[in-house]
Design a protein around this ligand. Structure first.
Ligand code: ARG
Length: 485
């Protein structure tokens, strides 16, 4: 231990080694070393530009930080592992490399605003990557939806066959659910502000320039209250929540695929490239990838709950408890990105079984509402039409025949509106084609959904570019002049 954060007031002998090791966050937050180095480089730049640190000292510091950053990117950076966290490990290493000037780095800064920055930079980098990867998946679902408009299958309510829809409509539903989740992630990214310069809890008396640092991390604005800033993990709540929303949306698609690929539903087929086998049952073709996407949502939900529980009841300002944000936060990005990636790959290998879909609708029961609406179009009050069709269904079920094969004269006896013309509404293709209400399963309605999905898929790329990756921020920060000529 370098003893950077100890004075004679703290106790000269240092913390018991076992307590220090147990309380250290280094094994977790070493993953944030690039964020930490970029944050420090931005801070040094500001210290030079405001004249708080000389240009010569700042240059020495920033050059050393840049070497550390390059080594971190190459995976060759070794930091002392006996420090309390990555921030102190970096400062200790800088001391070894740059000498006494390293003692100027922490001017007008606390680990409290430093960790607040590192975590936000991490969320930004992962969020940008996730949104960048969701865009193409949303686009691919749009194209798939537009290709599958002629394949029909039942939509389910209560997991019972309900009404006929096109497979394109189902795929669009998956896509639109995913867009809504993606927008939650984007909302979270748009809320983040720049925390550096808050210090321990109340700012600093030194003439820092927070606006300059915020510009380096544009579009961020400086946070508004130092005490609130260091205690704030709203961005982590938003991030874990956004990630949970994404994984849940993917999980819904996954459940549909898992169910529909069973021989009981038989509405989709999985090809060998995405199917797992059984070690015992030679006939098995299992949808493990989709089950795992659904299963991983447990961790995504757990991370939201962990963050909520962590923050509940904390006092204003920084509390060491907050260090426990690390695992949920660091897990969230790779979890969501992994699920996004495998669904993008696997969904291409899921094929709809048009024949099974048609057979599931053939008996006509799923078109009962369409028949009732045919009567409504002739002026029959809905409730009367509903009861008449209900009686027709009961008759068919009682006789063990399909709704479509009930004798015309017996249908007519139930209600005079139930004639050959209205009974044409039992044709599943006609039923689907007629549902052109906004959001309906009719082909023009699905086209509109597809167009919307395409646009939202493209928005993702623009949004990701608007925030920019960590690598891009590093370029910006290291290129910023230390003095203005
Ligand atoms: N390791 C701490 C964390 O990750 C860094 C901030 C510590 N601040 C402090 N005053 N002890 O949250």
């Amino acid at each position: 231990m370098s003893g950077i954060a100890r004075t004679s007031a703290t106790g000269a002998d240092g913390m018991l080694p076992e307590l220090l090791a147990w309380s250290s966050s280094f094994h977790d937050d070493r993953a944030l070393v690039r964020e930490d180095l970029i944050g420090s480089a931005a801070h040094v730049t500001m210290l030079a530009r405001t004249g708080i640190v000389s240009t010569a000292d700042a240059r020495l510091l920033r050059d050393s930080l840049r070497s550390l950053y390059q080594e971190a990117c190459a995976g060759t950076l070794a930091l002392p592992s006996d420090e309390e966290d990555v921030h102190m490990a970096v400062e200790a290493e800088l001391g070894k490399r740059a000498g006494a000037v390293a003692g100027r780095l922490h001017t007008a800064r606390s680990r409290n605003d430093q960790v607040a920055l590192d975590l936000r930079l991490h969320v930004r980098d992962q969020g940008v990557a996730l949104v960048g990867e969701l865009g193409p998946l949303i686009g691919a679902l749009a194209e798939r939806a537009s290709r599958e408009k002629d394949v029909l299958l039942p939509a389910y309510t209560h997991r019972q066959r309900a009404q006929p829809v096109s497979a394109g409509f189902l795929v669009a539903a998956w896509g639109i659910g995913l867009v809504r989740a993606t927008q939650t992630v984007i909302f979270g990214l748009d809320q983040i502000e720049m925390p550096l310069g808050s210090g321990a809890c109340s700012g600093t008396s030194l003439p820092i320039d927070r606006a300059l640092v915020a510009r380096l991390f544009a579009p961020w604005e400086p946070t508004r209250n130092a005490l609130q800033t260091v205690g704030d993990r709203d961005f982590a709540l938003d991030w874990t929540w956004g990630v949970a929303r994404v994984v849940l949306a993917l999980g819904r698609l996954a459940t549909d695929v898992v169910d529909f690929s069973t021989s009981e539903f038989g509405l989709v087929r999985l090809d060998g490239a995405i199917s797992a086998g059984s070690s015992m049952m030679p006939q098995k073709k299992n949808p493990d990838i989709f089950e795992l996407v659904r299963g991983k949502s447990a961790r995504a939900v757990g991370n939201v709950v962990a963050m909520l529980a962590l923050m509940k009841g904390l006092a204003s300002g920084y509390n060491r408890d907050q260090q426990e944000d690390r695992l949920p936060l660091l897990e969230a990005g790779p979890l969501a990105r992994g699920c996004t990636r495998v669904v993008s790959l696997a969904v291409e290998h899921v094929e709809f079984d048009a024949e099974r879909g048609r057979r599931a609708l053939d008996e006509g029961f799923t078109q009962a509402t369409d028949l009732a609406e045919a009567l409504v179009r002739r002026g029959v009050p809905f409730r009367e039409a509903y009861k008449a069709v209900g009686a027709l269904v009961a008759l068919a079920v009682g006789e063990g025949v399909s709704l479509r094969s009930v004798d015309a004269s017996r249908a007519h006896a139930i209600h005079p509106g139930l004639d050959a013309e209205s009974l044409r509404a039992l044709d599943p293709a006609a039923a689907v084609a007629a549902k052109e209400s906004i959001g309906g399963t009719g082909p023009r309605s699905v086209d509109a959904q597809v167009a919307w999905l395409r646009d939202r898929g493209r928005d993702c790329a623009a949004k990701a570019a608007g925030h920019g990756s960590l690598a891009l921020l590093a370029e910006r920060v290291f290129a910023e002049p230390l003095e203005l000529s």
